[in-house]
Design a protein around this ligand. Structure first.
Ligand code: 5GP
Length: 181
């Protein structure tokens, strides 16, 4: 290997929500969740793949015992628009009967994915299901009855990447939320 590998320049999307603002907001959400659940054990479900970064950051501020579960979901569509058809690509490991479930979502756009997930999880007879979403685009919502218990940021209807969110599998590792538009 050469001593000085060539410098690779990646495209860096402009910052839409800065790293420090996300950190502060995630901490606030965790405080709310801690206050509401107390020391009640919960099952936190990370929705893959976009929820990974939010999930692990949130988890580090939760005080109660947390069973971590992972649920792979993919919504059909092109890279920037979902169609509302949802497929479970990786299922849960543990039963949810009688459990207090917290779904941890990256972003709610049309709401179709979360709406599908909430119905899917309720069929597993948990004691309760609540949802935390880092980002919410109210203008894009097609499911007016959807309940989101903890929302990080409401954003306009534009395509964002970073902090777990991708564009064609890129940008998930950005420490901030950026926009491609
Ligand atoms: P829904 O429209 O069902 O609420 O959102 C479906 C999924 O589309 C989200 O979980 C997320 O993976 C993806 N999505 C929606 N809006 C955006 C966005 O602005 N950026 C990225 N990267 N993904 C999005």
């Amino acid at each position: 290997m050469s001593k000085n590998p060539p410098e690779v320049k990646y495209f860096e999307p402009p910052v839409y929500i800065a790293e420090a603002d996300i950190k502060a907001r995630v901490r606030e959400l965790a405080q709310k969740i801690n206050a509401e659940y107390g020391m009640q054990e919960i099952t936190a479900i990370c929705t893959l793949k976009g929820g990974i970064v939010f999930f692990t950051d949130l988890l580090r501020h939760l005080k109660m015992p947390v069973v971590c579960e992972f649920l792979g979901v993919s919504s059909y569509g092109n890279h920037t628009e979902s169609t509302g058809e949802v497929k479970v690509t990786l299922d849960l490991n543990e039963p949810l009967i009688g459990r207090h479930v917290l779904v941890v979502e990256d972003i709610v756009d049309t709401g179709l994915t979360l709406s599908y997930l909430q119905d899917y999880l309720k069929m597993k007879k948990p004691a309760s299901v609540k949802t935390a979403a880092l980002l919410f685009k109210p203008e894009a919502l097609k499911t007016p009855d959807l309940k989101i218990d903890y929302i990080g940021f409401e954003i306009p209807n534009r395509f964002v990447v970073g902090y777990g969110l991708d564009y064609a599998e890129k940008f998930r590792g950005l420490p901030y939320i950026g926009t491609l538009e």
